[in-house]
Write a protein that binds this ligand. Structure first.
Ligand code: ZN
Length: 181
């Protein structure tokens, strides 16, 4: 580990050049530092997203929804998100949530979701995220304007293995069932 108290020189040149061209992609993810390497690997390898604007806040995409509890914060976060999308002319938004797999450990749950729902089980937290993801997709024009929106949950199993699951797909069977009834 790099010693955090070691002071670098006053000016440190790094490789790579700055570009005025904006990435056109915004990633909304949780601040949780345990997920950042996996997140960057997923974005680069599966979505081809290497340069991106970041909206990293506790809860990630979950910060944009109240989950039946946090209405004021959700409104504020949506306002910031909408502002950034407009300011940087973002065309695509990647929403990320995170938590344990089915039967996974509560310690892998998003701390912000546990703050909002302190008595919820792993299954209840997972279900709330699916509900919240559905709400974000349904209301996308309100907070994302005309930008395309993708949504994934970063899921951790008991061995620490990580997978990204498409939450839009998780919502589809329910919509299809509703459509038939
Ligand atoms: Zn989190």
């Amino acid at each position: 580990m790099f010693p955090i108290d070691r002071k670098p020189p006053a000016s440190v040149p790094v490789s790579g050049k700055w570009s005025a061209v904006r990435p056109n992609v915004l990633v909304v993810a949780c601040s949780d530092g345990r997920l950042q390497e996996a997140t960057d690997a997923f974005l680069a390898n599966q979505l081809g997203v290497v340069r991106y604007d970041r909206f990293y806040v506790p809860g990630g995409a979950g910060a944009l929804v109240p989950s039946g509890y946090d209405f004021v914060r959700a409104q504020q976060m949506r306002r910031e998100c909408r502002y950034l999308i407009k300011l940087h002319d973002v065309g695509k938004v990647v929403l990320l949530m995170h938590g344990p797999v089915v039967g996974g450990g509560i310690e892998a749950a998003c701390a912000d979701y546990r703050r909002k729902l302190p008595r919820a089980s792993v299954e209840q937290l997972r279900e709330q995220q699916v509900v919240d993801g559905s709400q974000l997709l349904q209301q996308r024009t309100k907070w994302a304007g005309t930008a395309a929106v993708l949504i994934y949950r970063c899921e951790v199993d008991v061995s620490g293995a990580i997978a990204f699951v498409d939450l839009a797909a998780a919502n589809e069977p329910r919509r299809a069932t509703q459509g038939r009834s």
